[in-house]
Design a protein around this ligand. Structure first.
Ligand code: COA
Length: 170
């Protein structure tokens, strides 16, 4: 019987899904870019509402992982420290499993994440991320604005910083 893929669903992921996050992270990023299990577990523990899973037929096939930080730019410290009331949401991972790519899922995941931040996170003035050159069109389509080349030294790529400015809720 042919199984028809359902539409992707998005929801905040649970503590017991960190192993699946880690599998997706290590299968979809080069080893010099992938975050460790402990780092993903830290982010899920500290900022559970900023870890958004993407599910097809009940299986997690992608996720966005983020934390909060204070500062105008995305930097190394923001990658490893969550500041609960920090004004910036920093996205660290955007992942869609290889066999599900180029079907618009990454874009929908980003749109769902931005909506979630706007609805659920207080006192946030911006969402920041860094991108490889090949993913610039994806982030532009998701509404992010290119700020320029990032200073981040991670893996072999040159990185570009993007931002969505938000009106903070007080
Ligand atoms: C980046 C990633 C999440 C994109 O997921 P995806 O589901 O394939 O993205 P989408 O299908 O929603 O892409 C939407 C649009 O973004 C652009 N885009 C996405 N991936 C692209 C690529 N590799 N090259 C060029 N444009 C791309 C295209 O404009 C695309 O529209 P199109 O397919 O109609 O041309 C996925 O490739 C991935 O997980 N990569 C490995 C991990 C990674 O590098 N993450 C990003 C860190 S910067």
């Amino acid at each position: 019987m042919i199984q028809v893929a359902e539409k992707p669903l998005f929801r905040i992921l649970n503590t017991d899904e960190v192993p699946r996050m880690h599998t997706l992270e290590s299968e979809n990023f080069p080893s010099d870019e992938a975050d460790s299990y402990n780092m993903l577990a830290y982010r899920q523990r500290q900022a559970p509402n900023l870890q958004l899973g993407c599910y097809i037929n009940g299986i997690m096939i992608g996720f966005i992982g983020a934390t909060r930080y204070n500062g105008e730019t995305y930097n190394k410290e923001a990658m490893k420290t969550h500041i609960p009331n920090g004004g910036s949401v920093c996205i660290h991972s955007v992942v869609v499993q290889k066999e599900h790519r180029r079907k618009g899922i990454g874009l929908k995941l980003l749109q769902a994440f931005v909506k979630q931040v706007k609805e659920e996170q207080n006192n946030v003035t911006k969402i920041l991320l860094i991108s490889k050159p090949e993913h610039i069109p994806l982030y532009e389509r998701a509404g992010f604005v290119l700020k320029g080349k990032s200073d981040i030294d991670l893996g072999k790529d040159t990185w570009y910083e993007f931002e969505i400015p938000l009106q903070s809720k007080y």
